[in-house]
Design a protein around this ligand. Structure first.
Ligand SMILES: [Zn+2]
Length: 248
């Protein structure tokens, strides 16, 4: 068995000749293009679906092909819930990536929390590596959030240090426009609170989180008497409006 390149030169020459395409496949060629060409030549919906399925298996990353296959499945079996869900997912992903392009540019990769913690001297390079490898051993999700929790658990950093790093990370991301500004950042920018106060609030949020208590930024601001409930609500509304105005 051999795998044909895409595009396949043989199929390009014989795309309308069903006998030749069949023969090409019977010779054992793993040929995406041959199955696609065949799917256009067959009359029966079920056969069409089978051809596209084989093509899709040969080119799993080809989204157009996935869509054609799923639509062919639905043509045969309109109640195919799986196919409908997959199609919806693909369409949603496409919509989201369209929405994102104008505002969230593909930017140089934002720094990870571990790198930021090293750069502000909160942990050493060696400690980071140790925790990262432990993280891998435990096969945890390699997310920033997890790393922060692990470092806290092992007492390598304090909640304040993590809060500081999280603020730096968010600033870098919103400057690079890879993420929208978060509420906390907005509050500092508009002078509702100071940067130091934001750090205190986040540190407190992390401390509470460690004890299994989840409080929102707004709730904490009120609780720590940094802003009144009315001010928080007002600022949250302003922030919300600003956020959505970027998409229109
Ligand atoms: Zn071929």
């Amino acid at each position: 068995m051999k795998t044909c390149p895409v595009p396949c030169a043989f199929v390009a020459l014989h795309s309308n000749d069903m006998a030749s395409i069949r023969k090409h496949l019977l010779e054992g060629n793993q040929c995406r293009d041959a199955w696609v060409a065949l799917s256009k030549l067959v009359q029966d919906a079920r056969q069409r679906k089978d051809c596209l399925e084989r093509a899709a298996i040969l080119a799993p990353d080809d989204e157009e092909l996935q869509i054609a296959y799923l639509e062919a499945r639905l043509a045969v079996q309109p109640n195919d819930v799986f196919a409908q869900q997959r199609l919806n997912e693909i369409h949603t992903m496409r919509l989201l990536s369209d929405v994102k392009t104008p505002y969230f540019h593909e930017q140089p990769k934002p720094r990870l929390i571990g790198d930021i913690l090293v750069s502000i001297g909160a942990i050493t390079e060696a400690e980071l590596h140790e925790v990262l490898s432990e993280q891998r051993r435990e096969s945890l999700l390699k997310s920033d959030r997890r790393l922060g929790q692990l470092l806290l658990k092992r007492g390598l950093i304090t909640p304040s240090k993590l809060a500081k790093a999280l603020i730096i990370q968010q600033q870098e991301r919103s400057r690079a426009r890879t993420a929208p500004q978060v509420l906390g950042e907005y509050l500092v920018e508009r002078g509702y609170i100071t940067a130091a106060q934001l750090e205190d609030v986040l540190a407190e949020q992390i401390r509470l989180d460690q004890r299994g208590k989840r409080l929102s930024l707004g709730e904490l601001l009120v609780r720590m008497r940094l802003m009144s409930k009315e001010k928080v609500d007002q600022a949250a509304r302003e922030y919300e409006n600003l956020f959505w105005s970027k998409f229109s």
